[in-house]
Design a protein around this ligand. Structure first.
Ligand code: NOJ
Length: 461
């Protein structure tokens, strides 16, 4: 738990903190009986330092597992073998010197997370076995953690500022991804989504366009956009332009590594409203929406006093436990635990908790449930074509349509009311859903619709 699950000492078991393999089997069976699929996070770039592979590898330069990890001598003048930095700023160099054998080992993250050497075919086949272990258990797919790190320059050349990085996304990526895909494709109906942290959209989309590598990938260009209708429009447009016919987007705006939407976009007190607008946007865009736990409650970041911080990279606020029940009823653990929570809860757990929101027709949870149901019941929102509209600098608007149905989605990116002219898109427009739970259905007029601050709507046209 040095990196909260991303430091794995046994690829084929469940950490006792979370239960047992039998618990997982029961979870998967319970999900499958309800039509829910289960995807696991596969941490493929690194193990933890107590993993038996690494213990063997570090034990001697001659150990058969030595080259399962990346070991090098430092240069004559001292210091690490090259200038690669670890992903976490607090760590510094991606290399740690190991006294026992007098060499350096590579770790793209913490020193406790040594990088596997995927240039070694034995590693590749051992990792394919890990996939089979879980596929055989009925797991429906994998999120490939830090998948851009799967391939690095085998010559370990220095990164040069402003040039292509040598510590990720190397030319061997496609072959390795194809190998993984072949394993997964030998089972029916399984899925791969990559945590593909590449800010070059051309390279990013390439791993989807080829059709034999990733099914989906989280788009980190999208997640770094400023809250601007124009920026979102351009970015969606660029993705679509670069995409092959079969390429399918995976939109997301939150995960456990990023400040929560309700806090990140809270510049002018609009955080809660924007978190709702983001929900509508993700469900209405063409692609698969990824919702991070708590996003459906509109949770903001929790305030973590420095003495209670546990993460090396400042990611505790977005990882605070889910408040299930009001603390006034369930105690300070809010139904997450009867013990002491591992991190403090969000300040307003009393009103933001799932139980209260489930009872409240105006809540963010109710909105997300309606969005999910609407999408499930609306083929045009699932597989319909998409056309972005030119709705000016303040509003992002797009059409989703199939032979039977036509919908228009619009998001007001400003903190003031803005009118979206319907531009002949449909004089008979009807409001399907608004993120403003107080909006009356009758406020549509023939010429257009006035969106409130940070409001998003879905119209049938
Ligand atoms: C990406 C994960 O999302 C993050 O939480 C983790 O720290 C790194 N990969 C290392 O596994």
């Amino acid at each position: 738990m040095t990196d909260f699950g991303y430091d794995i000492s046994d690829y084929c078991d469940i950490d006792p903190v979370f239960g047992t393999l039998a618990d997982l089997d029961a979870l998967v069976a319970g999900c499958h009986s309800r039509g829910i699929k289960v995807v696991l996070d596969w941490v493929l770039n690194h193990t933890s330092d107590p993993h038996p592979w690494f213990l063997a590898s570090r034990s001697s330069r001659d150990d058969p597992r030595r080259h399962w990890y990346v070991w090098r001598d430092g240069p004559a003048g001292g210091g690490p073998p090259n200038n690669w930095p670890a992903a976490f700023q607090a760590v510094g160099s991606a290399w740690t010197f190991d006294e026992a054998t007098g060499q350096w080992y590579l770790h793209s993250f913490l020193p406790e997370q040594p990088d596997l050497n995927w240039d070694n075919p034995q590693v590749e086949s051992a990792m394919h076995e890990v996939l089979r272990f879980w596929l055989d258990r009925g797991i429906d797919g994998f999120r490939l953690d830090a998948v851009h790190r799967l391939a690095k320059d085998p010559q370990l050349r220095d990164n040069v500022p402003g040039q292509r990085r040598h510590d990720e996304d190397w030319d061997t990526m496609p072959e390795r991804l194809r190998g993984i895909r072949r394993v997964v494709d030998s089972y029916p109906d399984r899925m791969l989504v990559g945590e593909l942290y590449l800010l070059d959209l051309v390279r990013f989309v390439g791993y989807l366009n080829s059709g034999d590598q990733l099914h989906l990938a989280h788009n980190f260009v999208f997640i770094q956009l400023p809250w601007s209708a124009r920026a979102y429009r351009d970015s969606i447009d660029e993705f679509e332009r670069l995409s092959a016919e079969h390429t399918w987007p995976a939109w997301f705006l939150a995960n456990h590594d990023l400040p929560r939407v309700a806090s990140r976009f809270d510049t002018d007190g609009q955080g809660a409203a924007r978190a709702r607008a983001v929900g509508l946007m993700l469900y209405a865009l063409r692609g698969t929406p990824f919702i991070y736990q708590g996003e459906e409650l509109g949770l903001p970041d929790a305030k973590i006093p420095p003495e209670q911080a546990v993460d090396v990279d400042g990611r505790d606020p977005q990882r605070a436990p889910i408040p299930w029940q009001p603390p006034s009823v369930a105690g300070p653990g809010a139904g997450f635990t009867t013990g002491t929570p591992w991190l403090p809860l969000v300040g307003d757990a009393e009103t933001l908790c799932a139980q209260r929101q489930a009872e409240d027709l105006h809540s963010t949870l109710t909105l997300f449930r309606r969005l999910a149901q609407l999408r499930a019941a609306t083929p045009a929102l699932q597989g319909g074509a998409q056309r972005l509209l030119d709705a000016g600098p303040d509003i992002l608007a797009w059409i989703r349509e199939d032979a039977q149905d036509r919908l228009l989605a619009a998001v007001n990116f400003t903190a003031r009311p803005v009118t979206l002219p319907l531009l002949g898109e449909g004089p008979d427009a009807t409001l399907v859903l608004s993120t403003d739970a107080d909006r009356s259905k009758h406020e549509l007029d023939a010429g257009g619709i006035t969106l409130g601050p940070s409001e998003a709507v879905l119209l049938r046209i």
